[in-house]
Design a protein around this ligand. Structure first.
Ligand code: IVH
Length: 665
């Protein structure tokens, strides 16, 4: 078999396994077998770039090149749907259609998925373009990002599809993925996504498609457009589309009467809570394309369709008090304390008021009757005030000026909505939060020690910071409630063992704002010891990959604080690995320190990822695009002409593989 044949065979196999897994939900091979096939294909494509293909399954892993999206005009404008919350207006719609058509018709009912809409263009069975809705006339070309979504076929099945067509649908982030993503973001102290819709559209607009690939988006297609479509029925067309490899909603139903339509609506109004993705209503579409054409469009939306929106679950209750919570980072969250009220199956007593601007916008007074909603969001929120129920006006809710826990004056960072307590090292919930982070699994992973025990030790004054942990003895804790000799020994052993945790995880455990796992890893590669990091200035910090102004400033301000410096000193004396060990140091140098390097082309001795790793281990920074700040380009075979031209224009040096390897040897 020739290399080209093997490449084609692997591509066909991987497309088929992708479809089995992501569209049909019926995998035939294990994940490991899949990964092995993918790796073989990646290797072959790298070795034989002459057989490259924009629609190869390898395109799904994304690339880390930066891109700015280009705007593309939609061939057919992307209109929206007329919306209603009222069953009466659904009856009116049905009646209007009946009168206008004056013949029998069917209504296709389907879920209104709550994600972000996308328009896909296929030519000769291949995905050529994916464009966001934008303003309806033109949108952003997000093809590379969309290619990472496994349920979207890059190459179609069979041969019954039209030579050129467009298909539209919704890109979604399943609830499970959304919740996991927010959990990770919380650990990294990044702002949380309010709902899966924002998470999906935010992800689709990321510059780095390899991050998009990791976010596990999904897609349902619901609207086929073009000439020469297979059937006259919308429902029937979607069944065809499914055979070509697209994922369509399994929850579609053709209704012959208005009663059937209402049955569908009422059933899904309840059942939607059990779906793996967010929905916000039901879409009704006249099924026949011929009849759709007869009905036509208004300027904004089709006359042949309407969306019935589910009521966001809402309740009216009394606001008794507003309290303020302090998080691990010092961010203050105002919390509404309410008369308990039933909302989507749970009793709600508290709801978030987010920040000072929201409170001001609602003109909130104690005793007000307020609307509480649990939409796609995780925490219930106050969405409005029933002014007509305000008989006696209570005290106006004011945002606090001082920390409720430690009394420090609050600060508000320019451009941020939240207020912060700046007393990082002595404000109790901040300290406790920092200790909890320190002992967590991805940080020091201290066996036997959990948040409740930390809470107990803290309350009893046994620990005031993370360094105090290393001065605890079995005798100090074995007499405590529900403790005993065995648990006490376990905890002390766990603390002792944590002294072996490598430098990068200790750095992460310190809880420096914005220093998550990845950043900690990069820092641990760039500095031999914590003392070197402590002494580093802004410019040096910024030469490290992934570290920009914000993170660099945060590191500087961490070490500018004397309490933090003392803490680090004590941890060092206790024997924590605040330095790089022999084996970690072994293959690292600072030969490329301060250099920004672009990697381009195809290589023989190492893969691109390996080169990236080599650059970082030698203190350099791998950047995506060429600029006047680029130190040099590590160029393999087939470097693109545009890049060559740009490098020549900016006078950026080009270094080939051999030269590079001897540079760092
Ligand atoms: S059909 C011309 N079907 O709702 C009508 N839209 O306001 C084309 N949506 O932007 C849209 N689920 O993002 C259609 N089953 C569904 C849908 C759906 C969600 C979204 C879509 C559109 C918005 C309409």
């Amino acid at each position: 078999m020739t290399v080209e044949d093997r490449i084609n065979e692997l591509r066909a196999q991987l497309h088929r396994h992708n479809h089995n897994y992501y569209v049909l939900n019926a995998p035939e091979i294990t994940d490991k077998e899949f990964d092995d096939l993918m790796r073989e294909l990646q290797d072959l494509e790298q070795l034989y770039p002459e057989f490259s293909d924009d629609n190869s399954p390898t395109m799904r892993v994304g690339s880390d090149m930066n891109k700015n999206f280009t705007q593309v005009a939609h061939k057919y404008p992307m209109l929206s749907l007329a919306n209603t919350y009222s069953e009466g207006e659904i009856s009116d719609f049905y009646e209007r259609v009946r009168k206008a058509l004056n013949e029998d018709f069917e209504i296709c009912c389907e879920m209104k998925y709550d994600g972000t809409s996308i328009s896909l263009t296929y030519e000769d069975g291949k995905l050529v373009r994916a464009v966001t809705r934008g303003d309806g006339e033109k949108g952003d070309d997000v093809t590379d990002n969309v290619k990472t979504i496994r349920s979207i076929p890059l190459v179609l099945h069979g041969d019954t599809y039209p030579p050129s067509f467009e298909i539209r649908g919704e890109i979604l982030m399943p609830w499970e993925v959304f919740e996991e993503l927010n959990r990770e973001r919380e650990v990294r102290e990044e702002p949380l996504f309010a709902n899966p819709r924002n998470a999906a559209s935010g992800t689709l607009k990321l510059q780095n498609s390899s991050i998009v690939a990791s976010r596990k988006l999904d897609a349902y297609l619901y609207y086929l457009l073009g000439e020469n479509l297979p059937c006259d029925g919308h429902y029937e067309n979607l069944q065809e589309v499914h055979k070509w490899g697209f994922k369509i909603s399994p929850l579609m139903c053709k209704c012959q009467t208005l009663l059937e339509v209402f049955n569908f609506i009422n059933y899904w109004n309840q059942e939607r809570k059990n779906l793996p993705v967010a929905t916000d209503g039901i879409v009704l579409k006249v099924n026949s394309l011929k009849q759709q054409k007869n009905l036509g469009f208004t300027a904004k939306s089709p006359r042949w369709a309407i969306a019935y929106k589910f009521q966001a679950e809402q309740a009216l209750t009394r606001l008794n008090m507003v309290t303020f919570q302090v998080g691990r980072t010092g961010a203050i969250t105002p919390v509404a304390n309410l008369d308990p009220v039933q909302l989507s199956g749970t009793v709600v007593k508290r709801a978030s008021l987010h920040n000072a601007d929201i409170i001001e916008g609602l003109d909130l007074h104690i005793g007000d009757m307020v609307y509480v909603e649990k939409g796609g969001e995780i925490i219930p929120k106050i969405t409005g005030v029933d002014i007509s129920a305000r008989f006696m006006i209570g005290e106006k809710v004011k945002f606090i000026t001082n920390c409720p826990e430690c009394g420090s004056k609050l600060i508000r960072i320019e451009g941020e909505a939240a207020h912060y307590c700046p007393n990082e090292t002595a404000c109790p919930p901040q300290i406790k939060g920092k200790i909890e982070h320190f002992i967590s699994r991805k940080a020091m992973n201290i066996d036997g020690l959990g948040p409740e025990t930390v809470d107990l030790f803290f309350k009893l004054g046994l620990i005031k910071n993370t360094a105090d942990l290393y001065e605890l003895h079995v005798k100090d804790i074995k007499e405590l409630d529900r403790m005993g000799d065995k648990s006490a020994e376990n905890i002390i052993n766990g603390i002792e063992q944590s002294k072996q945790v490598p430098f990068e995880r200790v750095l992460f455990a310190l809880g420096i704002r914005f220093v998550g796992e990845t950043v900690a890893k990069k820092i641990a590669r760039a500095f031999n010891t914590i003392d070197e990091l402590k002494e580093a200035d802004l410019e040096t910090l910024k030469t490290i990959d992934e570290i920009g102004e914000k993170i660099a400033q945060s590191i500087l301000s961490y070490f500018a604080n004397e309490a933090n410096r003392n803490l680090v000193e004590r941890l060092k004396c206790s024997g924590l690995r605040l330095y790089r060990s022999e084996e970690e140091t072994h293959d690292t140098t600072d030969k490329l320190l301060g250099q920004s390097i672009v990697i381009s082309g195809v290589f023989t001795h190492h893969s691109r990822d390996e080169y990236k790793d080599i650059i970082e281990k030698n203190g350099g920074k791998n950047v995506g695009s060429i600029s006047s700040k680029t130190s040099f380009i590590l160029a393999g075979e087939n470097m693109g002409p545009a890049k060559l031209e740009k490098a020549a224009k900016l006078g950026v040096k080009i270094v080939n593989e051999e030269e590079f390897l001897s540079l760092i040897s």
